[in-house]
Structure formats: structure tokens, C-alpha cells
Design a protein around this ligand. Structure first.
Ligand SMILES: *[C@@H]1O[C@H](CO)[C@@H](O)[C@H](O)[C@H]1NC(C)=O
Ligand SMILES: *[C@@H]1O[C@H](CO)[C@@H](O)[C@H](O)[C@H]1NC(C)=O
Ligand SMILES: *[C@@H]1O[C@H](CO)[C@@H](O)[C@H](O)[C@H]1NC(C)=O
Length: 395
């Protein structure tokens, strides 16, 4: 048996070797042919080829790109921009875009023909050099239109998701010293918090003394996909949570500076609970309180290490149960040094918002974009698969 199978193996090996040799020969021959061609084609001065190309194909990169805001954005036809039309000068001076050779407009008759636009957020007659942009700032859970009939339609995505072509976050953190915008990002390089006992913050210490209440929650949507209302209810069995807004007994006008101050002076924690558990979905619920002297307790579908420096927040999903989360909050609130150590990062980072239109403009000018065409086949699954129903924490 052994000899027999050995012979079969040998029998098989010989043709394989032959094949290998043949391939090698063809490969060598190919190389030789290429070398031969290079050696025998007439020599051209090295810069002539490039120069000739550039002269016959004038550079398009400096041409202004036109971006048409096709639909309105939450009823806002300006998409939060300062004017109906912004040119390169406004992009440079008002939005501080590093690449600013773009025009952004919501005026449908701004250009004579639609196919002159470089990016259009919703359809019309279409030319192959145009990019249709899937631009959304709501979570997948709140998406108000069907995407199943929009297959093979969008070329670019502009959403809060970090794997979008143009990332559109609710807020960003900038390193004060280097000026670099470090987060959100898939793998931010955070500075490390100082070791315990080597750092103090007299302002935070003063405020800690005055804080007499546990947690505040400002909320207007009472029933959500993430069931955050149930998490809050479970927390309330273990510690006091004051609920402001439509879903609770307390009220405080947003925009009233007293409301914000109260977070500094009265409360230990702010519940920044998202309405759905979707990847990278971190909203103004969090960014709105980052500049206050209060520790955010976050609950959402995001990996928060992509958004916030270490030891600056408490992530509910890191706990097994509402009870354990409550215990931890109680511990942090009761220890001056522990509590104030959550604010170490403010010396190093500040909150900024960079307009996504700066990035979109840069993207339209990038040479990769100019030489590649792409389209999202199944935008629906890309968008909706980023969400889940089940939280890690039990409540
Ligand atoms: C806290 O900081 C102040 C000045 O910022 C310093 O004088 C003091 O020694 C510090 N205390 C501790 C315990 O590090
Ligand atoms: C969640 O809370 C709502 C009320 O806000 C309640 O109607 C519902 O039964 C709760 N769900 C669970 C699973 O506890
Ligand atoms: C956008 O997608 C369409 C439809 O697939 C395609 O024809 C077009 O070339 C794409 N444009 C860009 C700039 O990727």
C-alpha cells in the first residue's frame, strides 16, 4: 500500500514540476522581452513624457468643485451652514477649511446644468464624474426613509460612522498642544492620564464640595430603541436620578445658562444615553456636556475609546447590571481624588467642530477620488447592520 501510494504521489509530482518549469520559462521570457523593449526603444529625455502629458491634459485639481445640497437637512435647506451659498473664500475664512476650492450651495439653479456638479446629495440626471453623497446625521434607528430601492446609487457616504468616506461627527477633540484633531478616530492616540495622586485640579475640587445631587438626565424622547428609559428606571432603584424635560417631573429651559451651571455646581453625573445602539453613534447628548464640570455616564452602541480620552467618562455597557453601575457611580462620587481625576484631560484636549464640508471638499480634490469611481451596492445593509437591540448591561 505504502509503495503504491508513493508511486502515485511521484506520478503526480512530475507533471507539477514540469508545469512549474514552463511557467518560470514564460516568466523569464516575459522579463527578457520587456528588457529588450526598454533597451531598444528610442531614448526620450526623462522629463519630456511627463511634460507632454501635463500639457495635453491641463490639471483639473485646482478647478473649483461644486457641491449642491439637493435636499434640505432636518428642514434646514442650509444644512447648518452660515449662508445659502459658500465660495472658496468663505470656506477658507469662515469654516477654516485647509482645502477650500469648492462652492457649496443649495440653489438648484446655481449652475446651468446639473451635470456640472461634482457632488449631489440626492438624484437628478446623472453624469459619471458626479458623486452622489449619502449624507445623514441621524442614527440608523431614526432613519426616516427606506433605502432598499437605493442600491448602486450612492458613491460617497458622509455620516457619523467612522468608516464613512467623509466622517461627520457631532463633535471632535483637538490636542491643544499639537493642534491635531485626534478623535473621533478608529484608533486615536490618547495621552495617558496621570498616575493617581500626582495631579490635582482646584476648580474641580471646589465644585465637588458643592455638588449635592447624584445624576441629571435631560430627555425629550421617552420611548427609544435602546430602552435607555428602562436603564434609567433601573438605576433609580439604586440612586437618585433627576429627570428633566418631557419624560420627567422636572423642567429647565435649554439655553438658560442656569441649567448648564447647575450641572457644574449641583450634579455629580450626567446621563448621556443615546436613543439607539448604533456603531459610532455618539451625539450632542455627550458633546453638549463635555465642557461642563460633570462626569458623563455614557450608554450607546459606540466604542467610546474612539471618542473620549481614557478615564474621562463611565461607560454603562462595561457593567453587568444597573446595580453594579450604580455602585461604581456611588464610589466615584464619594471619593474626591477619584472624582476629580476624571477631568485630567481638559488640560490637553479641547472640543472643536470642523465642518464636514471641508473634508468633502478635500475629498473631491484628492487624486484618489479623481481617478477612481465607486458605488455602494447595498447601502441599506451597510447602514442598518451597524445597529443592535441588545445592550451589554442588564436592566
Ligand atoms: C496641587 O496643585 C497646586 C498648584 O497647582 C500645588 O501647589 C499643590 O502642591 C498640589 N497638591 C498636590 C497634592 O499635588
Ligand atoms: C420600559 O419602560 C417602559 C416605560 O417607559 C415600559 O412601558 C416597558 O414595559 C419597559 N420595558 C421593560 C422590558 O421593562
Ligand atoms: C457613481 O456611481 C454611478 C452609478 O454606479 C457611476 O456611474 C459613476 O461613475 C460613479 N461616480 C463616481 C464619481 O464614483
Amino acid at each position: 500500500m505504502a509503495a503504491r501510494s508513493g508511486r502515485i504521489v511521484n506520478g503526480c509530482r512530475r507533471p507539477t514540476q514540469l508545469l512549474l518549469l514552463l511557467l518560470l520559462a514564460v516568466f523569464l521570457l516575459g522579463t527578457l522581452l520587456v528588457l529588450y523593449k526598454l533597451n531598444h526603444s528610442p531614448l526620450i529625455h526623462q522629463y519630456d513624457i511627463l511634460q507632454e502629458y501635463l500639457e495635453s491634459n491641463p490639471q483639473k485639481s485646482s478647478r473649483t468643485r461644486s457641491i449642491l445640497l439637493w435636499s434640505s437637512f432636518f428642514g434646514d435647506p442650509r444644512w447648518g451652514l452660515p449662508a445659502d451659498s459658500l465660495g472658496p473664500q468663505e470656506l477658507r475664512e469662515d469654516l477654516h477649511c485647509p482645502v477650500y476650492q469648492c462652492e457649496v450651495t443649495n440653489s438648484h439653479d446655481f449652475l446651468p446644468a446639473l451635470d456640472l456638479y461634482d457632488a449631489i446629495p440626492v438624484p437628478a440626471s446623472r453624469s459619471p464624474h458626479q458623486a452622489y453623497v449619502f449624507a445623514l446625521m441621524e442614527s440608523a434607528g431614526e432613519t426616516k426613509h427606506r433605502l432598499s430601492d437605493e442600491r448602486d446609487f450612492y458613491n460617497l457616504t458622509m455620516t457619523n460612522r467612522l468608516d464613512s468616506d467623509v466622517v461627520w461627527p457631532y463633535g471632535q477633540l483637538q490636542d491643544i498642544e499639537t493642534g491635531a484633531v485626534v478623535a473621533p478616530s478608529a484608533q486615536p492616540h490618547w495621552r495617558q492620564p496621570p498616575t493617581k495622586g500626582t495631579w490635582n485640579d482646584t476648580r474641580a475640587e471646589g465644585l465637588w464640595q458643592s455638588k449635592t445631587k447624584m445624576a441629571a438626565w435631560f430627555v425629550s424622547h421617552c420611548q427609544t430603541l435602546s430602552r435607555r428609559e428602562n436603564l434609567t428606571a433601573a438605576l433609580q432603584e439604586h440612586l437618585e436620578v433627576d429627570v428633566y424635560g418631557k419624560c420627567g417631573p422636572l423642567s429647565c429651559d435649554r439655553g438658560d445658562p442656569h441649567c448648564d451651571e447647575m450641572l457644574d455646581t449641583d450634579y455629580m453625573f450626567y446621563l448621556a444615553f443615546e436613543n439607539s445602539l448604533c456603531e459610532d453613534y455618539v451625539t450632542e447628548k455627550l458633546f453638549g456636556v463635555l465642557e461642563r464640570h460633570i462626569i458623563p455616564v455614557v450608554f450607546g452602541g459606540a466604542d467610546y475609546t474612539r471618542f473620549l480620552p481614557p478615564h474621562s467618562y463611565i461607560d454603562a455597557n462595561r457593567f453587568d447590571s444597573a446595580h453594579e453601575l450604580a455602585e461604581h457611580m456611588r464610589f466615584v462620587a464619594g471619593d474626591l481624588e477619584e472624582y476629580t481625576s476624571f477631568f485630567w484631560w481638559r488640560q490637553h484636549y479641547r472640543l472643536v467642530t470642523v465642518s464636514p464640508f471641508c473634508d468633502l471638499c478635500a475629498r473631491l480634490h484628492s487624486s484618489a477620488q479623481r481617478h477612481r469611481s465607486q458605488v455602494y451596492g447595498d447601502i441599506q445593509s451597510w447602514w442598518f447592520n451597524s445597529c443592535r437591540f441588545k445592550a451589554n448591561i442588564r436592566f
